[in-house]
Each structure stands twice: as C-alpha cells, then as structure tokens.
Design a protein around this ligand. Structure first.
Ligand code: NAP
Length: 306
C-alpha cells in the first residue's frame, strides 16, 4: 500500500483557511459573537474558537456549556479521558441550541486504541454524551510505543463512513506519525489538535498540517492561563484596550489556527470568543512570535500521552 497524501492546494499559504472562513464576511465579523467557521478537508464546517472542558467535572461542565453557548460558543471539546462527557451531554440538552448547530468533539482514549476497540470506545462516549454522532472524533495521543494508531485510524475510516463522526482527526500527532498514516491510509486527518500558543508555537507541526490540508487546533491556547501575564502580551493588550487573553487568541486566529480555550468564568468565556472585531499589526504578531521557546517546550508525543 502506498497512499502518500497529495499536497493540499492551499498548502504553504501562511494561515491559509483551506476552503476559507464560512458564515461571515468581513463586515459581519465585526459584530458577530459566534465564531466564524473553517471548512475541513471533508467539507464540514468547524467553528474556529471552541470551549475547552478539561478539568471540569460533570456538574461544572454542564453549567459551563450553558453559559458558553449563551455567549456564542458552538464548538465543545471533550474527551473520554476527561470523565465529563455525561455533563457535556447534560449541558447540550439544557442549553436550548439545536444539536445540528453544535459542533461536538471527543477523543478516543488510548485504552480504546486498536482495530477492534475503537468502535466500542466511541460508542461508550456517545452513550455518555447521549448523542447519535460527534462532529469530530480524534485519536487523543499517538502512543507510538504501542503501535496501534494505524489500526485505530483504519477503524476511524469505518466510523466516518457509518456517520457516527462527521469528521475524523488526530491529536498530539507529530509529522513522523502523520507520515506513517500517509503510507497506510488515503484519508487525511481533518484536524490535528496540539499543544500550541505563542510560547510553544510548533512551526514544524503547523507547516506539515498546512501542507496537507489538516487544520491545526490549539490546546492550552492561553498556556494554561499563564501567558495572560506575559509582559509582551499585556503591553499589546493595554495599548489596544483589549484583554490579554483576547490578544493571545487573536494571534491564533491570524495564524489561521483553531483554538479551544477553557474558561468556567462567564466574563472570560465571553471575552475569549470576542476576537473577531480586532486586528493585530504585523509588528504585534512578530513580537508575539518571538515568545516561542521551541519544540522542546511542548509535551513529547513520542514518550507521553494516554
Ligand atoms: P488554556 O485554555 O490555555 O487555559 C485555561 C486556563 O486559563 C484556566 O485556568 C482558565 O481559568 C484560564 N483562563 C481562561 N481564559 C482566560 C482569560 N481570558 N484570562 C485569564 N485567564 C483565563 O488551557 P487548557 O485548559 O489546558 O487547554 C484548553 C482545552 O484544551 C482543555 O480544556 C481541553 O479541552 C483541551 N486539551 C486537550 C489536550 C489534548 O491532549 N488534546 C490536552 C490538554 C487540553 P478560568 O476557568 O478560571 O477562566
């Protein structure tokens, strides 16, 4: 078998949006509170900014999903490992937003990796969420020492065809892992969710993703909240009259990245998604780019994960 993915037509365009932003044009974006959507490589549309839900428990996450959807969030990011899928399901039921307007991501835990385990793993997640399908299903970590992620991916192809996932992707995959998938599968992941923020900027992974039409999505987009006190960030925020978190999330958006910031605080929830009416200058983007501490600062996907 020799699939070797083709270079994506939008490859190499920094911050390219694949099919482009959907759901708003330049004027509309100034006033909307709902994040614009990006078209994934199988044609479905994913909101650029979503709600991170780790480490919220069932009760906290249900309340947070209701609060987040009220201020415009439509993407909710959970995982089997977070132990809060039941609460996410409660929040979805309580929020009043029609299921088809929501974009629900979950991730298959390592314990369910393998050709025959992935479907039971997804079914368990769907049972807790009380949903018929998720919009995006990710392999949570590659766990390369176990040698199961290719078989897992092959089963994800079956899941995609069954309609239990609108799109399939990966998380914490390095180019070396993606290259293995490219020799064994014709289906290119729609998304690669990785640790990513101005201090851990991941140029190598982003470049690979861009070249192959994979949307890069940032976890810990605010550096677990630590980056909001960085002096470079606060100087830009003070000058623009914006919150530090907004400056960081706008950096993600202007680099063509999706992001799933977590907040359980209603005002920070609202703040984090209201980044489509602002613009960072080239100089501000360059100053934030300078915060990068290099690939070694990221969690090591060859040796870590679950
Ligand atoms: P994060 O979103 O970068 O930061 C979250 C922290 O920042 C929380 O303590 C939050 O506190 C605080 N915060 C949020 N908005 C803020 C603002 N505007 N100003 C100041 N502080 C703010 O980090 P994360 O939670 O590690 O990552 C986000 C999501 O990524 C997770 O929730 C999870 O869904 C996902 N994730 C995925 C993986 C993976 O392996 N795929 C790994 C880790 C995380 P408050 O709640 O008090 O606002």
């Amino acid at each position: 078998m020799q699939f070797l993915w083709h270079r994506h037509p939008a490859a190499g365009v920094a911050g390219s949006m694949l099919g482009g932003l959907l759901g708003c044009d330049a004027g509309d974006c100034l006033t909307m509170t709902t994040a614009p959507r990006i078209e994934l490589n199988n044609g479905i549309a994913m909101p650029l900014i979503g709600l991170g839900t780790y480490p919220l428990d069932d009760r906290q996450v249900a309340e947070t999903v209701v609060a987040a959807t009220a201020v415009g969030y439509r993407l909710i990011d959970t995982a089997g490992k977070y132990g809060n899928e039941s609460g996410v399901g409660d929040g979805i039921r309580a929020c009043g937003v029609p299921r088809e307007e929501l974009f629900v991501t979950t991730k298959l835990d390592g314990g369910y990796q393998g050709g025959d385990r992935a479907i039971p793993g997804l079914d368990a997640s769907l049972g807790r969420l009380r949903l018929d399908y998720v919009d995006l299903l990710l392999i949570h970590w590659p766990l390369p020492w176990r040698g199961l992620y290719v078989d897992t991916w092959t089963t994800f192809e079956t899941i995609l065809a069954s309609g239990k996932a609108g799109a399939i992707g990966v998380s914490n995959f390095l180019p070396v892992h993606l290259e293995v998938l490219a020799t064994r599968s014709a289906v290119v992941p729609a998304v690669n969710q990785i640790e990513l923020n101005p201090a851990v900027a991941r140029a190598g992974v982003r470049g690979y993703d861009d070249d192959h039409g994979i949307v890069t999505q940032a976890w810990s987009p605010l550096g677990r909240g630590d980056l909001v006190t960085d002096p470079t960030v606060t100087a830009i925020a003070d000058r623009l009259g914006r919150a530090a978190g907004q400056v960081i999330l706008r950096w993600h958006v202007q680099h063509g990245l999706s992001a799933v910031p977590k907040s359980a605080n209603p005002s920070r929830l609202a703040e984090n998604i209201a980044v489509f009416d602002m613009e960072l200058s080239t100089e501000d983007m360059a100053a934030l780019d300078q915060l990068d501490r290099g690939e070694a600062a990221a969690r090591n996907s060859d040796t870590e994960g679950h």
